[in-house]
Design a protein around this ligand. Structure first.
Ligand code: ADP
Ligand code: ADP
Ligand code: MG
Length: 452
């Protein structure tokens, strides 16, 4: 079976990305939009757009009944959830299937199992993949105190149902534990409807390395290499690159093999990402979590493999086999992605919605821009502040960095504040150029860089 007509259940740059992939494969696209997004680029590009409700996400992009009714009413046979919103909501995937719609992603049971980070940790352990030293759930403050005693300070308290950098709290010393435990549990309950917490050793000099995996319905599972996403703020990614730099080849292979073992062990289908933290002091890597969806930073993998991941998602969801074996995957050159957001770095990265009066993006060899923005577009205040993903590629890391720097310097946006100058400062930094960074590095540099 191949897909005929697909509902795009998302907005912004990823909606544009999915619509273009549909067009390339001859699949009709229908996009569900909120009121404020009626004239958005996805609405203009799709074969059809349907307004499904008010601008607040809860009334539109998170309204699974409205999305399902739209898909069925428009005669769709499939739904692509993108990332964020309902992408990792197993009830949405299951409801699609009950209504005879193909959900472009793994099976709902897989989404559910891996959506709980504690269950995911157990599955990783069963697959022989090392996890961060830590605990199973800590139900009470007393449990937490005992567990932390065993792991040693500092520790992270993490919400089992957390995501998007939310639900993670650091505890430096025993006197902070009670307060942090109580507020973290209450916050997790309020944000995710599940207050379950667990504890992990805080890896102070760690790099975030994640592996792109892909499975088909015939039982084949491969990896498409790894990405380094160590440049983060508040546990959220800012810059990503592929391949990871300064990792010994044997270790790189071990990380890739671990990701495939984990995915194959659960009969994983479609695109997924297995996230690890690489402890640079101990030279050990540990499983963090698995994301059961297309990832924001998937373009860097596309650039070094030449494989269109969203098209592959659609083909696999339609029942086609992957069509490539592990040994067919070739890695060429280096790619970097910068997330361009409507935020003001000098004001603590405060969101900066509003009218874009000038949008003059860079062009040139090795430059790619994934975006839904244009001159005259009004950035709404209701959603994520991502405006665009700027991706550069080159023969090697140095060339990719230089192209990124030039591209950022010639990227002219007026009307809203952006992180462009901040990102250019990161690219120019000698530590970044040498690859001497970890997941705390951006925050440690922020004072100096924010004033740029
Ligand atoms: P990626 O690695 O693809 O960047 P993120 O974890 O940053 O993944 O999440 C991608 C998107 O999904 C972001 O817009 C993020 O805000 C959102 N997101 C992910 N998980 C959650 C969650 N549990 N609750 C709310 N938003 C989430
Ligand atoms: P989310 O679901 O929010 O993406 P993750 O478990 O992937 O949560 O963690 C997000 C980020 O937090 C990681 O990329 C890493 O930078 C940091 N982090 C998570 N666990 C640890 C740890 N045990 N030690 C140090 N940093 C961590
Ligand atoms: Mg993560």
């Amino acid at each position: 079976m191949s897909l005929q007509r697909l509902l795009v259940a998302n907005r912004g740059e990823i909606a544009v990305r999915i619509i273009r992939a549909c067009r390339a494969l001859g699949i009709e696209s229908v996009v569900a939009v909120s009121e404020v997004d009626r004239d958005s680029l996805p609405a203009r590009l799709a074969d059809r757009s349907v307004c499904i409700g008010p601008s607040r996400a809860a009334a539109s992009y998170l309204n699974s009944d409205a999305l399902l009714a739209t898909a069925l009413g428009a005669g769709c046979d499939a739904v692509h959830p993108g990332y964020g919103f309902l992408a990792e909501n197993p009830d949405f995937g299951a409801a699609c299937e009950r209504n005879g719609l193909v959900f472009v992603g793994p099976r709902p049971e897989t989404v559910k199992t891996m959506g709980n980070k504690l269950t995911a940790r157990e599955i990783a352990e069963q697959a022989g993949v090392p996890v961060v030293p830590g605990s199973s759930s800590v139900a009470t403050f007393g449990d937490a105190a005992a567990v932390v005693e065993a792991i040693g300070y500092p520790v992270l308290l993490k919400a089992a149902a957390g995501g998007g950098g939310r639900g993670i709290r650091i505890v430096h010393a025993p006197d902070e534990l009670r307060g942090t435990f109580q507020s973290a549990a209450a916050e997790a309950e309020a944000a995710f409807g599940d207050g379950t917490l667990y504890a992990e050793r805080f890896i102070a000099d760690g790099r975030h390395i994640e592996v792109q995996v892909f499975g088909d319905q015939q039982g084949n599972v491969i990896h498409l290499g790894e990405r380094d996403c160590s440049l983060q703020r508040r546990y959220q990614k800012i810059v990503e690159e592929a391949p990871a730099t300064l990792v010994p080849d044997a270790l790189r292979q071990e990380i890739r093999d671990s990701a495939v073992a984990l995915a194959a062990g659960i009969g994983y289908t479609n695109a997924g990402t297995v996230e690890f933290i690489y402890d640079q002091q101990r030279r050990e890597f540990h499983f963090l979590e698995m994301n059961t969806r297309i990832q924001v930073e998937h373009p860097v993998t596309e650039e070094i493999t030449g494989i269109d991941l969203v098209q592959l998602q659609l083909r696999v969801a339609g029942g086609e086999p992957l069509g490539i074996e592990q040994s067919d995957v070739r890695f060429t050159g280096h790619a970097i992605e910068c997330r361009i957001t409507a935020e003001q770095p000098s004001a603590g990265f405060r969101p900066s919605p509003g009218l874009i009066t000038r949008w003059d993006p860079p062009e040139g060899p090795g430059v790619r821009l994934d975006t839904h923005c244009f001159s005259g577009y009004r950035v709404p205040p209701f959603y994520d502040s991502l405006l665009a993903k700027l991706i550069t590629s080159g023969d090697d890391r140095t060339q990719a960095i230089e192209r990124m720097q030039t591209a950022l310097e010639s990227f002219s946006v007026e009307g809203v504040d952006t992180g462009i100058t901040f990102l250019a400062g990161l690219m120019a930094h000698p530590d970044y150029r040498r690859g001497h960074v970890n997941t705390r590095w951006v925050e440690e540099q922020s004072g100096a860089l924010q004033s740029l």
